[in-house]
Design a protein around this ligand. Structure first.
Ligand code: NAD
Length: 253
């Protein structure tokens, strides 16, 4: 079977670690050329080093998704180095510290919205003009199961991820007739540094999440990345405006 990203260029934000790194790895194994961005330059360089043997055509640069100018530069320089973008993963995101909604620190609430919602919007603004000109392109924004339901203690995160789902649905309607698709990836709890951080802050959380999940475990980054590759490839050409849940059955309860 032909590799899903043969001859295609794929951009991933938040590629230094976790789900973004796994998406980059899975896309490279399907033949993609890569443009990678992250706010963490050391982590990003580690991802690039690990992928060089499977991806000959790779560009990476530090990029804070809160800054439109940094995303514009990543897209311009990346396209110059590697080629016009076919699939874009707006994946960078943060959780924020768990806290009751009425006690939540305003600066932290704003930062979560800035990274998760404005960061995804900035990514769309950076890539859509080129996709519209080429009349093709696929975007996958990483939302979360927390973009479809509430989670006590995670108000800023859930608000932001509901925002990402809204952004995806609205954009899908605006660009469907222009040959562009956009979907949301909605992972449940997945084994990454993000989960480690919150599990350290709330002892027993990891075990509780595993018990609450019908599959009795959290997800792996590769399980999320496999779904992401399908959603960003030409195997899903009639899917748009859709929040795809990858959660071991958690939301089916
Ligand atoms: P992670 O913390 O392992 O990775 C997030 C990456 O985003 C890091 O490399 C980080 O440096 C980068 N990043 C953070 N702020 C940034 C910014 N301003 N600009 C550019 N890059 C930035 O977390 P992860 O679990 O891999 O999360 C990836 C995405 O998946 C996030 O959007 C997250 O909300 C979402 N998600 C994660 C889970 C989970 O359980 N891990 C569940 C649902 C959704």
């Amino acid at each position: 079977m032909k590799p899903m990203f043969e001859g295609k260029t794929v951009l991933v934000t938040g590629a230094a670690t976790g789900i973004g790194r796994a998406i980059a790895r899975a896309a490279a194994s399907e033949g993609a050329s890569l443009v990678l961005g992250d706010i963490d330059p050391q982590g990003l360089a580690r991802t690039a080093d690990a992928l060089r043997s499977s991806c000959k055509n790779l560009y990476f640069a530090a990029c804070d998704v809160r800054q439109q100018s940094e995303l514009d530069a990543l897209v311009q320089d990346g396209e110059k180095a590697v080629g016009p973008l076919n699939t874009v993963y707006a994946n960078a995101g943060i959780l924020g510290s768990p806290c009751d909604v009425w006690r939540y620190d305003e600066n932290e609430f704003r930062t979560v919205l800035e990274v998760n919602v404005l960061g995804a919007w900035h990514t769309l603004k950076a890539v859509l003009p080129g996709m519209i000109e080429r009349k093709s392109g696929t975007i996958v924004a990483t939302a979360s199961a927390g973009g479809l339901i509430g989670a006590a203690g995670l108000s800023a995160y859930c608000v932001s991820k509901h925002g990402v789902v809204g952004l995806v649905r609205t954009t899908a309607l605006e660009v469907a007739a222009l040959g562009i698709r956009i979907n949301a990836l909605c992972p449940g709890m997945t084994d990454t540094a993000m989960l480690d951080k919150v599990a350290t802050e709330i002892p027993g959380l990891r075990e509780a999440l595993m018990t609450m999940n019908p599959s009795g475990r959290v997800g792996t980054v590769d399980e999320v990345a496999n779904a992401a590759v399908w959603l960003g490839s030409d195997k899903s050409t009639f899917v748009t405006g859709h929040p795809l849940v990858i959660d071991g059955g958690f939301l089916a309860q």
